[in-house]
Design a protein around this ligand. Sequence first.
Ligand SMILES: [Zn+2]
Length: 101
Amino acid sequence: MTLNMKTSDTLEQTIPAQVFKAEVLSWAKRIGVEPKEIRLRLMKSKWASCSRNGRLTFNAEILREPAGFRAEAIVHELLHLKVPNHGKLFKQLMKALLTPD
Ligand SMILES: [Zn+2]
């Protein structure tokens, strides 16, 4: 038991796409946005993108990244449905959302 827990804590694991999408939806609810679609595909040079009509695409490689990294990428992209730029408001909201209570 202990050994298993330790292993899963220290090794990065690939999570299923459905788990990732559930994470995105849970953040979306918290932020108060409704993505039209969440897609995963391999991307060459970025982790995610969002289209004007609310479709989010994440690089499938993100399924192998640690939870904290995923959260940051998810919140960043979802926030763009509210704030299109990376200005002061965007940075403040990012910080507020990702700082534990
Ligand atoms: Zn951005």
